[in-house]
Design a protein around this ligand. Structure first.
Ligand SMILES: [Ca+2]
Length: 248
């Protein structure tokens, strides 16, 4: 009797064990490897306002020398004077529109910013993103938000962006407020060069409000950052290597 009971228990254990194994799970397809779709691509860098004669000249101290500095894969570290950085000051915000040259599937977008409080350079609190297939109808995506406070002395860098977009697009628009100096050195649009993403573009409803231009909290710091081209007497002078630029 005892032997029969033990055999029954053993059989039940085997059945239970078999039940937990279940059918063999099908292997899920590996995640596609993301590539930097924006690497080496052209873009425009604009302000929503007419070019300001004062600040337009001031920010020329930190120009986009090649017109491709934001997509060349080069970073400037934590030194704002590194020529890899593009510096912009005031005038509400800046809008970078990248042409990926071909429709692709966009997954992540990141912008690398510098903060250097003593030099009046701050992270933007958030960055707006939108995508388009034809450059006319745009779909606004969620905003990317800074994970570090503007009170952080720095110098420090962070990538502000969004992930999991999964949309077909040829054009990517990035807009960030510029309420003091903003320094950035690279924009990455990661994705796959296929059309596996969703292609439904929901047009924007009106234009997003530009950031309100207000005074820099730390005037002394901002003056320090501008001193490379504004002498103590306040008159504007041309720094070494100054070049007139209509394109900002
Ligand atoms: Ca770069």
């Amino acid at each position: 009797m005892l032997k029969r009971t033990l055999l029954s228990l053993l059989a039940a254990a085997l059945i239970g064990s078999a039940g937990t194994i279940g059918p063999v799970q099908a292997k899920s397809a590996p995640e596609p490897e993301l590539v930097n779709l924006s690497l080496g691509k052209s873009y425009t860098l604009e302000t929503p306002y007419q070019l300001d004669s004062l600040f337009g000249k001031t920010e020329s101290a930190h120009p986009d020398d090649t017109g491709r500095q934001l997509t060349d894969g080069e970073y400037g570290g934590t030194t704002f004077s590194n020529p890899a950085y593009v510096g912009r000051i005031w005038q509400g915000s800046r809008i970078v529109t990248i042409d990926l040259e071909n429709p692709a599937t966009v997954e992540d977008i990141y912008v690398n910013f510098l903060q250097d409080n003593p030099n009046g350079i701050f992270f933007p609190l958030k960055v707006h993103f939108s995508v388009s297939l034809d450059g006319r109808k745009w779909e606004k995506l969620k905003d990317g938000r800074s994970a570090l406070p503007t009170t952080l002395k720095g110098p420090a860098t962070q990538k502000i962006g969004i992930s999991g977009i999964h949309k077909q697009a040829r054009y990517v628009k990035v807009e960030f407020p510029v309420q003091s100096w903003v320094f950035l050195d690279e924009i990455e649009v990661l994705g796959t060069p296929d059309l596996s993403g969703k292609n439904r573009i929901r047009p924007l409803r009106g234009r997003s409000k530009p950031a309100i231009r207000r005074k820099v909290p730390n005037r002394r710091a901002a003056s320090t950052a501008r001193c490379c081209c504004i002498p103590a007497n306040g008159s504007m002078s041309r720094p070494t290597g100054f070049r007139s630029r209509r394109k900002i």
